[in-house]
Write a protein that binds this ligand. Structure first.
Ligand SMILES: Cc1cc2nc3c(=O)[nH]c(=O)nc-3n(C[C@H](O)[C@H](O)[C@H](O)COP(=O)(O)OP(=O)(O)OC[C@H]3O[C@@H](n4cnc5c(N)ncnc54)[C@H](O)[C@@H]3O)c2cc1C
Ligand SMILES: NC(=O)c1ccc[n+]([C@@H]2O[C@H](COP(=O)([O-])OP(=O)(O)OC[C@H]3O[C@@H](n4cnc5c(N)ncnc54)[C@H](O)[C@@H]3O)[C@@H](O)[C@H]2O)c1
Length: 477
């Protein structure tokens, strides 16, 4: 039987970070991946294909808007196959970085097959060998949660696993779920030419975002698709012409929708059910694996990272957790995970950037000490010249200017708001950004303007600093 210092189950964002980090320090590592190639959801059926499809759709949308504005005529229908090819090309270009071949060349033993615990130190690869691991990392990710809707299993429906493989644009598309997966793909398909309807059981989109941002996103998205909120999908049925009929209830009202395709984007379910976790008696947190801050499970030599644990189901969070596990499992450190400085971005147009706590959360936890600085993008020159002024930046600080949260809705917000992450991570207060020269007219000036507001409040709103300053100027002149 082969024996390893570290076995990683799952070769996605979290597992690959652990394997690459650990082998680099001379540890004997085995990586078990059930799919033919590592890369995980992000590369094959998540971030990469969705961002490529969004980019294709954005080009088309921009071309149509430009044609309208400049009096040009655009003829014909967009060829969906081009978008499909673009998605496949993006995946193929990134795949070598995550390939089994590359990891083997680093010194990792890569096994293809479904890994499952036989006991606390032994992993059986289905239909193959059993490996011994002194330490083990579970990084098996998640899959689409399928809501229990009557008749759903009798129609073809799409999930993120199948949607990037379709080669023809659905004429109409119903998406169940208005979370990041649902909204990003809704906008992409709408821009490519589908008639999109989003069904959401809650009463709004983006329920984790700061309430002040939501109307900006909602207004923009409503121009491109329809929404049904408080929707409870009761039944789905195939129609003779290949379409599907959905029966929906909304506040006691009954609706019917007919559609060419249905995409389920109703949340994720961690891949923890076929791992033999009951056999080894690991502690669970619902369907997720319970971990301590050191990312150790209730069995100290077994760690878990990524979507199998609860708080942050994002690629960059899985990567951060993976690095912590390398330190703890390879060097015996006790580094603790913290999500205080982990941002996320939803790649709709406008993009939604999220860091730290929202205003609602800040008022609850910090009370009267909270200060809010916000700028709408119609006050930022670059957005004016771009004719793209819909959006807002909002920074939440304590009384001393320490950043508690930073949020934005706006074109490209995921990039130009990143400076807020640096500031928060290294304890810089909001006014510090005023000491950094921003090129004119960069979009990043949006954040700079919130700091200008901080200074205006401090110096000109009658505070002690303002009074001292005015007294000094009076004396000096
Ligand atoms: C449509 C979509 C778009 C997304 N876009 C973004 C985005 O833009 N930015 C972002 O940060 N996040 C995004 N995410 C989320 C991101 O994909 C996940 O958070 C991330 O992939 C989680 O990493 P992971 O390592 O936990 O799991 P994964 O990357 O999914 O890796 C898990 C791996 O384990 C393998 N596996 C499972 N069970 C076993 C087993 N028993 N034995 C062996 N192998 C096994 C799987 O095949 C898979 O390769 C998106 C998700 C979706 C669905
Ligand atoms: N840009 C990004 O970083 C990005 C993009 C996509 C996904 N992701 C990650 O993937 C995770 C999962 O995203 P998601 O959008 O699938 O899940 P989600 O849990 O964030 O949203 C699911 C939505 O579906 C709704 N819903 C659930 N069941 C329903 C039903 N039966 N009928 C109608 N509505 C229903 C929920 O109320 C919720 O609004 C996210 O939390 C995120 O971490 C990230």
């Amino acid at each position: 039987m082969k024996s390893y210092d570290l076995i990683v189950i799952g070769g996605g964002s979290g597992g690959l970070t652990v394997a690459a980090g650990a082998v680099g320090f001379g540890v004997k590592v085995a990586l078990i991946e059930k799919e033919p190639e590592p890369g995980g959801d992000c590369l094959h059926i998540g971030c990469v294909p969705s961002k490529a499809l969004i980019a294709a759709a954005k080009e088309l949308h921009t071309a149509k808007k430009a044609a309208e504005a400049y009096g040009l005529e655009l003829k014909g229908e967009a060829n969906y196959l081009e978008a499909y090819r673009r998605v496949q090309a993006a995946k193929a270009a990134i795949q070598p970085h995550d390939s089994a071949e590359r990891f083997r060349s680093m010194g990792v033993d890569v096994f293809q097959g479904h890994g499952q615990f036989r006991d606390k130190h032994h992993i059986e690869i289905k239909g193959g060998e059993v490996l011994y691991g002194k330490r083990i990392v579970i990084a098996t990710g998640s899959r689409a949660a399928i809501p229990p809707i009557d008749g759903l299993q009798d129609v073809d429906f799409l999930t993120n696993e199948s949607v990037f493989d379709i080669k023809a644009l659905p004429e109409s598309l119903v998406i169940i779920g208005a979370g990041p997966v649902g909204l990003e793909l809704a906008q992409a398909f709408a821009r490519l030419g589908s008639k999109v309807t989003v069904l959401e059981r809650g009463s709004q989109i983006l329920n984790k975002e700061d309430a002040e941002l939501v109307p900006y996103a909602q207004a923009a998205l409503e121009k491109e698709m329809s929404f049904v909120f408080k929707a409870s999908v009761k039944k789905v049925e195939p129609m003779p012409d290949g379409r599907k009929r959905l029966w929906i209830e909304r506040d006691g009202e009954k609706l019917q929708l007919e559609t060419h395709a249905i995409l389920i984007a109703a949340g994720r379910r961690p891949n923890t059910d076929r791992l033999g976790l009951l056999t080894i008696g690991i502690q669970m947190d619902g369907d997720h694996i319970a971990v301590k801050k050191t990312l150790q499970t209730s069995i100290p030599h077994i760690y878990a990272v990524g979507d199998v644990i609860k708080p942050y189901p994002f690629t960059h969070a899985a990567g951060m957790e993976g690095k912590i596990v390398v330190g703890n499992a390879v060097f015996g450190l006790k580094r603790k995970v913290s999500y205080d400085h982990v941002p996320w971005v939803i790649y709709t147009d406008p993009e939604i950037f999220h860091l730290g706590i929202t205003e609602e959360e800040a008022r609850k936890h910090v009370g009267d000490e909270v200060r809010i600085y916000k700028v709408t993008l119609d006050h930022v020159d670059r957005f004016i010249t771009d004719r793209n002024t819909e959006g807002i930046v909002k920074v939440i600080t304590d009384r001393k200017g320490r950043i508690l949260g930073a949020h934005a809705a706006g074109n490209g917000a995921g990039d130009w708001m990143q400076q807020a992450v640096f500031m928060k991570r290294f304890g810089h207060k909001l006014p510090a950004i005023s000491h950094v020269v921003h090129p004119y007219p960069a979009r990043s000036e949006a954040l700079l303007k919130t700091a200008d507001q901080y200074w205006r409040d401090k110096l000109f709103q009658g505070g002690i600093a303002g009074r001292i300053m005015k007294a000094y100027v009076k004396w000096f002149r």
